[in-house]
Design a binder for this molecule. Structure first.
Ligand code: FAD
Ligand code: SF4
Ligand code: SF4
Length: 477
């Protein structure tokens, strides 16, 4: 260990931008075993590992780095999977520069240990070697739990509850399992096979999936509650924020999720009419994406792969104040995306379909309540950008869950996220819990996994306590 003094940081080999533009495959190759061990050995085994403190899962990073450096990969996998239900997913798509690696003590002066790439390498190897097995619970319990939503929060909770022997049912309105990991995040960041093999493992472990089952349409919350001892709501956030400017109703101004879902479905082999008719396909078009988060980065990079004529990203703040990961911005720039910083749409041009975007130049003013500088328009400074396709990536809000679920007693915050008691993860309805983006607002996969794990522990405590209470009541009567 401590090899950071003589070994430079090396990421796995990255494919060239030209090569990447031709397909939707992941952009990094896998580490070769020797290189993974070398990179892991750069860790200084800190007494207080800030990497671990800043990992939402509290992953035992120094231990699995040491085991990898020593070539003890199966043990590294055991340690890594003890705190994370999808280490190979987090290794691929966590914004490590803001989490574990950004807080690695050797980052300043020596460049961080490549924690994410090693984490991915360990679990990809475990899959290849057959170390990842279906769950065999020590005991089978009669009680059942229903998850509404099969994204990372629902799947992590499903796995943890199945390990404890519960009968687990997962309901999702989509035809495929995985939530945003399937239909939001593009293949070049997270290949779909990585998710489908996880789903198959859960099915082989006895978890029952109810696909194309929409709560609110196919059953109310109360009807589902009748069937299970506890429920978890993990439905994510999907209501796209909109732009209200002149021309915003023109054709070919589309929400990011529709665009990304069409592209992901196409990649999965589905017939997608909107892709074929060109309305959700960037090929040959001048594309402008509005927004500066991870979703916007995924849209610009998808557009380059679809063969767009030009791709621009309009963001109202500057590079330093962008919410998206800096790594993603760098990838996008390498792939030919042009960033128009400090610009906000002032209107869309065109008669029937959009032909251009009028962009208002901005400057950063006083910090707002969150401490970020607020963008202010610079009077009389407007530029026009050609556009045949505009993609709106301005973030997401929750849907009206109490109304949709026919459950007015379900309390929500003023933003529409579901209110929970953070000690018990329970909502305002007894036996109904909530986790993931629907509680936090749009966040990260790693936080959804953390919430799912916490919710599973809370549900277990709730069911156990209820069983004891029922026994005492039965004895007393
Ligand atoms: P989701 O993943 O949204 O899953 C919710 C599930 O609930 C869905 O499958 C949905 O179909 C289902 N559902 C909703 N309503 C109902 C209903 N009424 N009945 C039944 N089922 C229902 N995070 C990262 O960490 N790294 C990234 O690089 C990254 N990139 C992203 C890119 C995009 C384009 C987007 C949109 C998000 C990205 N995120 C990223 C964020 C991350 O995907 C989410 O934070 C995470 O998926 C939230 O997990 P979840 O389980 O709460 O919800
Ligand atoms: Fe880093 Fe994410 Fe892995 Fe935690 S889960 S160690 S934050 S890559
Ligand atoms: Fe190793 Fe960096 Fe974590 Fe320290 S902070 S234990 S050097 S990975």
């Amino acid at each position: 260990m401590l090899r950071f003094v003589d070994l430079d940081q090396r990421m796995p080999e990255k494919r060239t931008a030209k090569d990447r533009a031709r397909d939707f495959d992941e952009i990094y190759n896998e580490f070769v075993t020797e290189e993974a061990a070398k990179q892991a050995s750069r860790c200084s085994q800190c007494g207080i590992p800030f990497c671990q403190v800043h990992c939402p899962l509290g992953n035992n990073i120094p231990d699995w780095l040491k085991l990898t450096a020593e070539g003890r990969l199966e043990e590294a996998y055991e340690v890594s999977s003890a705190t994370n239900n999808m280490p190979e997913v987090c290794g691929r798509i966590c914004p490590q520069d803001r989490l574990c690696e950004g807080n690695c003590v050797i980052e300043k002066g020596f460049n961080a240990v490549t924690i994410g790439s090693v984490e991915k390498y360990i679990t990809d190897t475990a899959w290849d070697k057959g170390w990842v097995k279906p769950i065999t619970p020590r005991i089978e319990r009669d009680q059942s739990v229903g998850m509404i939503g099969a994204g990372p929060a629902g799947l992590a909770a499903a796995e943890e509850l199945r390990k404890r022997g519960y009968q687990v049912h997962v309901y999702d309105r989509y035809d495929r399992i995985g939530g945003l990991m399937i239909y939001g995040i593009p293949n070049f960041k997270l290949e779909k096979e990585v998710i489908t093999r996880r789903v198959k493992r859960l099915e082989d472990s006895g978890v029952v999936f109810h696909r194309s089952f929409e709560v609110g349409r196919d059953a109310s919350l109360a009807e589902l509650k009748e069937k299970h001892d506890a429920l978890l709501i993990s439905t994510g956030v999907y209501k796209a924020r909109d732009i209200q400017t002149p021309g915003s109703g023109l054709k070919n101004i589309v929400p990011a999720m529709s665009y990304l879902t069409a592209s992901n479905r196409k990649g999965l082999g589905d017939e997608v009419a909107e892709f074929e008719d060109g309305s959700l396909n960037a090929e040959g078009k001048n594309v402008v994406v509005v927004g500066g988060g991870d979703t916007a980065m995924d849209c610009v990079r998808t557009a380059t792969r679809q063969g767009a004529k030009s791709v621009k990203c309009l963001y109202r703040r500057d590079r330093e104040n962008m919410p998206g990961s800096m790594r993603e911005v760098k990838h996008a720039e390498e792939e030919g995306v042009k960033f128009i910083w400090l610009s906000s749409p002032a209107g869309f041009l065109g008669d029937d379909a959009v032909t251009g975007v009028r962009a208002q130049k901005m400057r950063l003013g006083m910090p707002d309540a969150s401490g970020r500088q607020s963008p202010e328009p610079i009077k009389g400074s407007v530029a026009t950008h050609k556009a045949d396709l505009v993609i709106k990536a301005l973030g997401f809000d929750p849907e009206e869950i109490p109304t949709l679920f026919g459950a007015p007693a379900l309390e929500v915050s003023r933003w529409g996220t579901i209110k929970i008691d953070f000690r018990t993860m329970m909502t305002s309805i007894d036996g109904v819990f909530a986790a993931g983006d629907i509680v936090r607002g749009a966040s990260l996969v790693v936080w959804a996994i953390r919430d799912g794990r916490d919710a599973a522990a809370a549900i277990h405590d709730y069911i156990e306590a209820k069983a004891i209470r029922d026994q005492l009541i039965a004895k007393a009567s």
